[in-house]
Ligand binder design. Structure first.
Ligand code: ATP
Length: 235
């Protein structure tokens, strides 16, 4: 579904991605784990067209996307839930969700998807008229995921969904991620610092260090890998 081929990306003179190659198949949950500053968010931002690819190629369903503007990439079916959520604090829950539909005009589909996110997160339905900025951290994460679902993505990119959340809320969010993958057939690309959590839900994982992919295997095998255990699982 998505291929990254020898992708290089820079911030000024700093090279953040060094020859990254990845492969995501339709229906999978893929995770990218790594320490702070490894280049995980940058990887997602190159896929979305926010950080330019200096060399290499990103292919989504046979189409080269790395020279497309972000709105075109969203229209193809790729949506990102950014780190820190970035919801609109002064807009209500409903208005935030509407923002996810600005490229759509299928009224019935939009209604259906709205019902779907309210079934996933009944809490948001209860708070539909509340300003986004007054929601708890967990509720804001639910809103950010829901807003992305409202774009009806086939590939959903999630950047650190567990960041700053209590363990119980994190578990809820991860259960929903699995549900969206299974029920909605949405392919998931999950960036996480919580490697234990991420590798437990992922079919396959990639490990990134200093802008380089150093390992890839099934989630299960990475969990059992001694180097991964030492570096990322605190075992
Ligand atoms: P974290 O888990 O801390 O979010 P990450 O793995 O997502 O880290 P990135 O945010 O992709 O890492 O950062 C990769 C490298 O690029 C880091 O060295 C970072 O300092 C640098 N970087 C990221 N954004 C910028 C920017 N806007 N300008 C300059 N350098 C940047």
């Amino acid at each position: 579904m998505l291929k990254l081929k020898n992708v290089q990306a820079f911030y000024g003179n700093i090279q953040a991605l060094k020859d990254i190659s990845m492969d995501i198949k339709e229906g999978e949950i893929i995770t990218l784990i790594g320490a702070n500053g490894a280049g995980k968010s940058t990887t997602l931002m190159t896929i979305c067209g926010i950080v330019p690819v200096r060399s290499g190629e990103i292919i989504f369903e046979g189409q080269t996307i790395n020279k497309m503007p972000p709105n075109k990439i969203v229209a193809l079916g790729i949506s990102q839930v950014p780190e820190g959520r970035h919801i609109f604090p002064y807009l209500t829950v409903m208005e935030n969700l509407d923002m996810g539909t600005f490229l759509r005009n299928d009224k019935d589909g939009i209604k259906q998807d709205l019902n779907y996110v309210f079934t996933l997160f009944p809490r948001l339905a209860e708070r539909r008229n509340q300003a986004g900025g007054t929601l708890s951290g967990g509720e804001q994460q639910m809103l950010a995921i829901s807003r992305a679902i409202m774009t009806r993505p086939r590939l959903l990119l999630l950047d650190e969904p567990s960041l700053g959340l209590a363990p119980i809320v994190t578990r809820q969010i991860f259960d929903i991620i699995k549900k969206v993958n299974k029920e909605n057939k949405t392919t998931i690309f999950l960036v996480e610092q919580n490697a234990n959590l991420a590798l437990n839900v992922a079919d396959r994982g990639y490990v990134m260090e200093n802008g380089v992919i150093t390992m890839t295997d099934t989630g299960k095998n990475l969990l059992a890998n001694e180097n991964v255990q030492k570096a990322y699982l605190g075992i």
